[in-house]
Write a protein that binds this ligand. Structure first.
Ligand code: NAD
Length: 251
């Protein structure tokens, strides 16, 4: 499905790589001006330059999504450059793997700050602008936002928090004309999850067999769902948690 974002302005966090970069690319190809926001300043610049090179309009912003100052600043920069905001993809996140009993408090808090508090801040600071003409927020949660996963307690807790927050936010923002949805990717071939080997090698490994399709996903396969949910084609969808995981069994 190809939705048209001509004249729309989008903000994508964690857009220097992986799923965020893929969303930024699709939104840009379909006509949106895109703010590429990331902690990785060089990466954000690189992706914004790619979008401009391909004929789009883009702004790179270096930010830490877990800080209120970063969230205030990115919104100010978007309004200064583009004058409106229609679509927000709150996508930046970090993975933490390790047994619960060995997880130190600082790690726990950083994972909660980046994966969950940042979503609260992102919604809080963008919703008033989206409400001006109506808009859509899509949050990247995870399979770990729906089920428990062994050895990932802080990540699982943060992503379960995200899915709860999305449902609560949707009920408050619906009357303002702002839709809020979450996507829950399974294993996706990005820097975060898959560091060992080529896509073919990973698809031949046990992680691929956790999905019914017996392969890992690609970032663009998540981004397509994000862009659908962000588009007018999804105008009656809010407060929903959408799997994009190749079919993963309940564990
Ligand atoms: P990725 O590592 O390729 O991209 C994550 C991006 O977020 C990076 O560019 C990184 O610099 C940025 N980032 C990290 N901390 C940040 C911060 N504090 N402020 C701003 N930017 C920050 O990983 P990805 O797989 O594209 O991950 C995107 C989202 O998808 C994450 O929320 C992740 O939890 C979720 N997810 C990924 C998978 C997977 O298998 N890859 C599965 C389920 C969910």
């Amino acid at each position: 499905m190809s939705a048209c974002f001509k004249g729309r302005v989008a903000l994508v966090s964690g857009a220097a790589s992986g799923i965020g970069r893929a969303t930024a690319q699709i939104l840009s190809r379909r006509g949106a001006a895109v703010c590429v926001a990331d902690l990785d300043a060089d990466g954000a610049q690189r992706v914004a330059a790619e979008l401009v090179e391909a004929g789009g309009s883009a702004l790179a912003v270096a930010m830490d999504v877990s800080t209120e100052a970063g969230n205030v600043d990115v919104v100010e920069q978007v309004m200064q450059k583009f004058g409106r905001l229609d679509v927000v993809h709150l996508n930046a996140g970090i993975l933490s793997v390790g047994s619960l009993l060995e997880t130190d408090l600082a790690t726990w808090q950083r994972v909660l700050d980046v994966n969950l508090t940042a979503v609260f801040l992102g919604i809080k600071h963008t919703a008033p602008l989206l409400a001006v003409q109506g808009g859509s927020i899509v949050v990247t949660a995870s399979f770990a936002g729906r089920e428990g996963s062994y050895g990932m307690s802080s990540y699982v807790a943060s992503k379960h928090g995200v899915t709860g927050l999305v449902k609560a936010a949707a009920s408050e923002l619906g009357p303002m004309g702002v839709r809020v949805n979450a996507v829950c990717p399974g294993p996706i071939y990005t820097d975060m999850m898959i560091t060992a080997g080529s896509l073919d090698e990973v698809n031949a490994s046990p992680v691929a067999r956790t999905t019914m399709l017996e392969r890992v996903g690609e970032a663009r396969e998540v981004a397509e769902l994000v862009c659908f949910l962000a588009s007018d084609a999804a105008s009656f969808i809010t407060g929903a948690i959408h799997a994009v995981d190749g079919g993963m069994p309940v564990i």
